[in-house]
Ligand binder design. Structure first.
Ligand code: CP
Length: 354
């Protein structure tokens, strides 16, 4: 029995903790795990650029003794001839034991999982989710700080930042965590996520500058303004460079602040900060490899992770309004919505309908 990983909530908190524990053991005792995936193949389908996610997955599989197939440029595959997502992913899943996919459309990994013949891991779907980055972030915090009773500042493009969406939902499941969102009105956290946090009992505050929040923070999670998700260059130009962390600002922060960033960075952290012991983002990128080694091992070898049903809702004649959702871009997918009478969301991209 295997389970896809589309959203971190596909697994329980106990299962996240199990992955983190295994990742720490792999980091401490790498020789034990050499060859643990001999004979297994990972398909990596990267429809969108990546350095860390793609290469850490590849390095993880190679270190476990497995092999890799795939593409990092869809134009070198039959997608260039017009092949759709379903046919591509169905085919590659037949060649693979596990398939890792990054896509620019929201809900794409979920759509791939519908027909795939092997477990699918979401390596980032548009501006929606990035669950393996969150496993990386949870591992980093476990090893370098802690997961509970944290005052967490999250700064930058909280609207389009898929790493943020997955991370705040995850950290809200650990006791005593509080969130301060540092963003502009235009780039604020999606309402459906804020609602989920508040309903779960998390304290949330909003500020408009790093300085307003920094003094009290235990963790500062910086993010890039996601240029590729903006409708126009003008709109991006208005939002970029609003939030920049530099050495001067950092002087006011706690001595044991953890500065995280999923990377890549553009200008939102100045390079002088890199030498500060509180800057953990390159360590974080390295933890990503161990988190992915643990995830691959668990998906391929462990039968205790029961898959959740991929879809639980129905269409009811409604249509998702999100142009970046896979359901509006791939023929043959059925509209599906979950929720209640007050909030109803698309099951692929979580765009709110009511
Ligand atoms: N953090 C992250 O997803 O980085 P890449 O885009 O380089 O994979």
């Amino acid at each position: 029995m295997y389970s896809h990983l589309i959203d971190l909530n596909d697994y329980s908190v106990e299962q996240w903790n199990e992955i983190i524990k295994l990742a720490r053991d792999i980091k401490s005792n790498p020789h034990i795990y050499e060859g643990a995936c001999t004979g297994k193949i990972m398909g990596t389908l990267f429809y969108e650029p990546s350095t860390r996610t793609q290469m850490s997955f590849q390095s993880a599989m190679l270190r476990l003794g497995g092999g890799i197939i795939g593409f990092d440029n869809p134009q070198t595959s039959s997608i260039a001839k017009g092949e759709n997502l379903k046919d591509t992913t169905k085919t590659v899943s037949g060649y693979s034991d596990i398939m890792v996919m990054r896509h620019h459309l929201e809900g794409a990994a979920k759509a791939a999982a519908l027909t795939a013949d092997c477990p699918v891991v979401n390596a980032g779907d548009g501006g929606h989710l990035h669950p393996t980055q969150t496993l990386t972030d949870l591992l980093t915090l476990t090893a370098e700080k802690r997961l509970t009773d944290l005052n967490i500042g999250v700064c930058g493009d909280l609207k389009n930042g898929r790493t943020v969406h997955s991370l705040v939902r995850a950290l809200s499941k650990y006791e005593g965590n509080k969130f301060t969102f540092i963003s502009t009105k235009a780039l604020g956290l999606p309402e459906y996520i804020r609602k989920e946090l508040i309903e779960g009992g998390a304290e949330c505050a909003d500020v408009s500058s790093i300085e307003e929040a920094l003094l009290d923070l235990d963790v500062l999670y910086m993010t890039r303004i996601q240029k590729e998700r903006f409708a126009s260059d003008e709109e991006y130009e208005r939002q970029k460079d609003v939030f920049v962390l530099n050495a001067r600002k950092l002087k006011a922060a706690k001595k044991d602040l953890a500065v995280l960033h999923p990377l890549p960075r553009v200008d939102e952290i100045t390079h002088e900060v890199d030498g500060d012991p509180r800057a953990l983002y390159f360590k974080q990128a390295n933890y990503g490899m161990y988190a992915r080694m643990a995830l691959i091992l668990i998906i391929l070898n462990y039968d205790g992770f029961k898959p959740k049903p991929l879809f639980e809702g129905e269409s009811g004649g409604l249509k998702c309004a999100n142009k970046r959702c896979i359901v509006n871009n791939e023929k043959g997918l059925k509209q599906s919505f979950v929720g209640g009478s007050d909030v109803l969301v698309c099951e692929y991209c979580e765009e709110r309908v009511i």
